[in-house]
Design a protein around this ligand. Structure first.
Ligand code: SAH
Ligand code: SF4
Length: 354
């Protein structure tokens, strides 16, 4: 066995450990290394579950394999460029990718469980007017490996497993559909990270075609719609993407998604003072939800430097919430995390770019 391992020629370019899904890991060990496929399962267990990123420390692999693997596969985590830790335990990360680009992620501490807010793109092409990431424009999509690796790097930094993953960092996940779904499948795979489907959420500004595709995937993960306005006119002012995909199209796709999956839909609504926080807006919102089972998450705007928007006070938020409740809409005011650090996604990178 050891001799067979030693006869493998090194390819010109190393593979990325996080770029391979389980089937590809198994093909690699069987075809390139001529080893049984459970070797792949063992390696994935080291990387994804024990967070060991050095092949030489994988003690249940043969010595020859431990020496050979570093020449063939690169376990490249992104480099930590900056980390801010809030008084409430929220950690905000700025990661440097192999090509020098930066992405952000946030870790929220809910006492007995953690949630990671991760990115799908470097920047975002959709330019929502209240969003720090949107102001930076779009650079590129993340690869599936980069998505998975910055999550695993957060767990390694924390020294514990993170329970929930939400795609609410930089970028529009449904505009990087294939890589995001591939990353999700790797995180769900029991022999890799083994997250459960109800612990993964994709947040979208509403791309109808991909909402339908996601429904057809039958993954079982949660979906969040970033709604932020009860009508097309206001929504288009806040979110230019609404011009291309107006509300009726988005809501149709969501009804399809809910019919197909049976999973509750979460609606996010960022409260912007005097823009979308009037009680009339709450009344109007309810009419949109016909034929949908929704849960509304109200998020007080997280101020972004140089922005024309401001955060409403409790005296405006409470009446808004009361209207929704009176009309039978389940809703919650999102507990704020990391308000003493640059917790709105895009702010750390924005600062790094300036
Ligand atoms: N592009 C996707 C996912 C990333 S944004 C989306 O838009 O859904 C994640 C969430 O953060 C969205 O609901 C977005 O509207 C919200 N958000 C962006 N900037 C914010 C800010 N300054 N304060 C509060 N929420 C913000
Ligand atoms: Fe992009 Fe989401 Fe920011 Fe809009 S809110 S610009 S879709 S990241």
């Amino acid at each position: 066995m050891e001799n067979a391992e030693m006869n493998v020629a090194a390819p010109a370019q190393k593979r990325g450990a996080f770029d391979m899904n389980l089937a590809e890991w198994r093909d690699f060990v069987q075809e390139d290394l001529k080893l049984p496929r459970y070797t792949a399962d063992q390696i994935c267990q080291w990387v994804y579950q024990k967070k060991v990123f050095d092949f030489r420390a994988m003690t249940n692999l043969s010595k020859a394999l431990r020496e050979r693997l570093p020449q063939l596969v690169d376990i490249a985590l992104p480099r930590l460029a900056q980390r801010q830790v809030s008084q409430d335990g929220t950690r905000k990360y700025l990661w440097r990718l192999a090509d020098g680009q930066y992405i952000e992620s946030v870790l929220m501490d809910h006492g007995n469980r953690y949630t990671a807010c991760i990115s799908s793109q470097v920047g975002c092409p959709l330019r929502c007017t209240f969003c720090a990431t949107g102001q930076q424009g779009f650079t590129r999509n993340l690869t599936a490996g980069e998505i998975v690796a910055h999550f695993i790097a957060m767990e390694a930094d924390l020294g514990a497993d993170i329970n929930n993953v939400v795609f609410m960092g930089m970028g529009e996940p449904l505009l990087n559909y294939d890589n995001v779904i591939r990353a999700v499948r790797m995180l769900l795979e029991p022999k890799m990270r083994g997250l459960s489907v109800r612990h993964v959420t994709i947040s979208t500004s509403g791309i109808p075609e991909y909402i339908r595709r996601l429904a057809d995937e039958e993954l079982g993960i949660y979906l969040c719609l970033s709604l932020h306005a009860p009508n097309n006119e206001l929504r288009s002012r806040l979110m230019p993407v609404n011009e291309k995909f107006p509300l009726p199209q988005v809501l149709d796709a969501l009804r399809y998604w809910q019919k197909k999956t049976g999973v509750r839909l979460t609606v996010e609504y960022v409260l912007l003072k005097n823009q979308n926080d009037m009680p009339e807006c709450a009344y109007e919102l309810v009419t949109l939800f016909q034929g949908l089972q929704v849960y509304v998450n109200l998020i007080p705007y997280n101020p972004v430097e140089g922005s024309r928007y401001s955060r409403p006070s409790a005296s405006r938020i409470t009446p808004f919430m009361n209207v929704l409740k009176k009309l039978g809409i389940e809703c919650e005011l999102r507990k704020e995390h990391g308000t003493d650090i640059d917790a709105a996604c895009g702010q750390l990178r924005g600062r790094a770019l300036n």
